[in-house]
Ligand binder design. Structure first.
Ligand code: NAP
Length: 284
């Protein structure tokens, strides 16, 4: 079994981005909007800002309390859309229940939608046109490429069909230059184990710790674990740790390649966000 090291790969990609930034006459600028104080969201946004510094981007953080109104948030989105100094921005999800997430996503200018969540970018992806591809699927494809995982004609099974991971990844994996045969599974899928056992590449994007067990995979499979659920832990200083959707200890015995959690897909997601921001800056 070989570990797919997202941390190492993302460091390589960041170094490549930093080199490109040095050649530019202005720093790309990524803005992040963060609502409330959810521990997970705070951590993700802090990592994104730190990564911007590492590659020489300008970054800014706009914070709101949980009780921010939808109107106020939409006004901020509009301001960022019109701010010529900002190349791309993200609104960290999830948002509080009283705010319509989809409305906020659709208010973002697709040209600045570096998360790739806007229906215009999703639609362009489906049509095979140039777009901002959502960061996690794009990071997964980069990992597979950098680890020379054969995808052409291979069976890629994705568990999860969300608009930010499973569905866009299924489109990417079936595209012409990747050429995988893709099966998307979800909570209504029957005989899931029979399907996952046929996977050459298995992607778990469910949000249920340890869901994929050794009896669900075949020998030699490549496993990509997207799941990041925060669970209580007495082994860490914070009292929390991240757990993936895959039973790593058991599944890794059968896999030829596998991503760990943390240190697999997570760092690659941030890299893709940086790549999208660089692209947005170049396109302006
Ligand atoms: P989501 O929107 O909640 O979607 C979960 C998917 O899993 C749904 O399609 C759901 O099916 C499916 N599912 C749930 N239970 C299932 C079961 N028993 N059998 C088969 N399928 C089942 O989640 P998401 O936003 O895609 O995120 C998934 C996980 O990835 C989460 O842990 C999230 O934190 C993590 N994540 C990590 C990164 C990263 O950078 N590492 C980025 C994004 C997300 P239905 O559609 O039928 O409900």
């Amino acid at each position: 079994m070989q570990l797919i090291d997202g941390k190492k790969t993302s460091a390589e990609i960041k170094a490549e981005i930093a080199e490109e930034v040095k050649k530019m006459n202005r720093k790309p600028h990524l803005a992040a909007v963060l609502v409330g104080h959810d521990g997970g969201s705070e951590t993700y946004v802090a990592h994104k800002i730190k990564s911007c510094e590492e590659v020489g981007f300008k970054s800014s953080l706009i914070r709101f309390e949980d009780d921010v109104t939808e109107e106020e948030l939409l006004k901020t989105v509009e301001k960022l859309n019109n701010d010529s100094d900002v190349d791309g921005f993200i609104v960290q999800l999830p948002l509080p229940k009283h705010i319509d997430e989809q409305k906020v996503i659709e208010a973002i200018d697709p040209k600045k939608d570096v998360d790739g969540f806007h229906p215009v970018n999703l639609g362009r992806l489906v049509a095979g046109l140039d777009s901002f591809v959502s960061a996690t699927p794009s990071g997964i494809v980069d990992l597979l490429k950098r680890y020379n995982v054969e995808t052409s004609g291979k069976h890629c099974v994705i568990i999860g069909r969300s608009n930010i991971v499973g569905r866009p990844l299924s489109i990417l994996m079936s595209q012409k230059d990747i050429d995988a045969t893709v099966t998307v599974c979800h909570s209504r899928t029957e005989n899931l184990k029979d399907i996952t056992r046929t996977a050459d590449i298995l992607v778990a994007a469910i949000g249920r710790p340890g869901f994929v067990t050794a009896d669900m995979v075949k020998d030699g499979v490549t496993v990509i674990d997207v799941g990041t659920t925060r669970v209580k832990s007495d082994q860490t200083k914070s009292g929390w740790k991240l757990k993936g959707d895959v039973d790593f200890d058991e599944v890794s015995k059968k896999a030829s390649l596998i991503t760990p959690v943390p240190g697999g897909v997570g760092p690659m997601t941030i890299c893709s966000l940086l790549k999208n921001t660089l692209k947005a800056a170049k396109q302006r």
